[in-house]
Write a protein that binds this ligand. Sequence first.
Ligand SMILES: [Zn+2]
Length: 246
Amino acid sequence: MEFNKGQKIIGIRVLRDNVIWLWKNSNSAVVIDPALSQPVVEYLKANNLNLEAILQTHHHSDHIGGTKELIKEWPNVKVIASVKEKDRIPFQNLSVRDGDKIRLLDNEVQIIEVMGHTKSHIAFYFNNNFPVLFIGDTLFSAGCGRVFEGTYKQMYNSLRKIKLLPKNTLIYCAHEYTKSNLLWAIDLEPENQNIKNKLKEVEKKLSLNELTIPFLLDEEMKINLFLRAKNLKEFTFLRANKDSWV
Ligand SMILES: [Zn+2]
C-alpha cells in the first residue's frame, strides 16, 4: 500500500521481540517507541533523514530506552507523550491528551487514550490515503497487552475504541508476538479455521524473516479473541486465561 506523497513506514526489530517503527518522507522521519537509539541513528544517518518527532505510547523502558540518546543527536526533536506521564517520560516537550491533534509530516495525527496496559497509555492515529494506528502495547495481532496498571474494564473499553476505527485501519503494534498469540487462541478454539489459516501465513512470514505486523483491523476481527469478546466478563476470562497460558 502506498501513502500519499511517497511516505513510508518501516519496522526495525530490536531486543527480543520489539519493533521500532519509523515513519518517513524524503527528508524527515518520526520514530515510534524507540527501545534503542543506535539502529535508529544508523538508519536515519544512512538515509540522510532529520528526526522530526519521537512518539511515546507509554513509559516502559523497552519503549523509551533510546529517547535520551536520540535527543542528543537531534536536539530540536519533538518528544510527544501523555501529559499524565511527565514524571515517567520526563524528556517530553510536547505533552498531549486524549483527542488532541498534532501535525506531523504534513498529516493531522490524533491522540487516542487507551488505558489498561498502563494507566495513561496513548495511541497515535492518522489517515494518509489509508488509516494508520500506532497502538504500542495495547493491541497485538491475535492478542492484547497485559493489564498492568489499569483495570480490565479500561482495557476492554480501549479495545472498543479501536473497533470504532475504519475497518481498513492498518495497525502497528510494538511487539512481534503474533505466533505465540495464535497458538494460545488455537488452544481455546481448535476448530477455528481463520486462526489456523493465519497461523500458517504467520509461520511462512517468520521463516522468511519477515514481520507479521502491521495488520488490518477487519482481518484482526476474525482472529483476535480479545477484540471479539462480547462483554467485559468474557474479556476478563480471556485475559486471565492468557496470563496463565504456557
Ligand atoms: Zn509496555
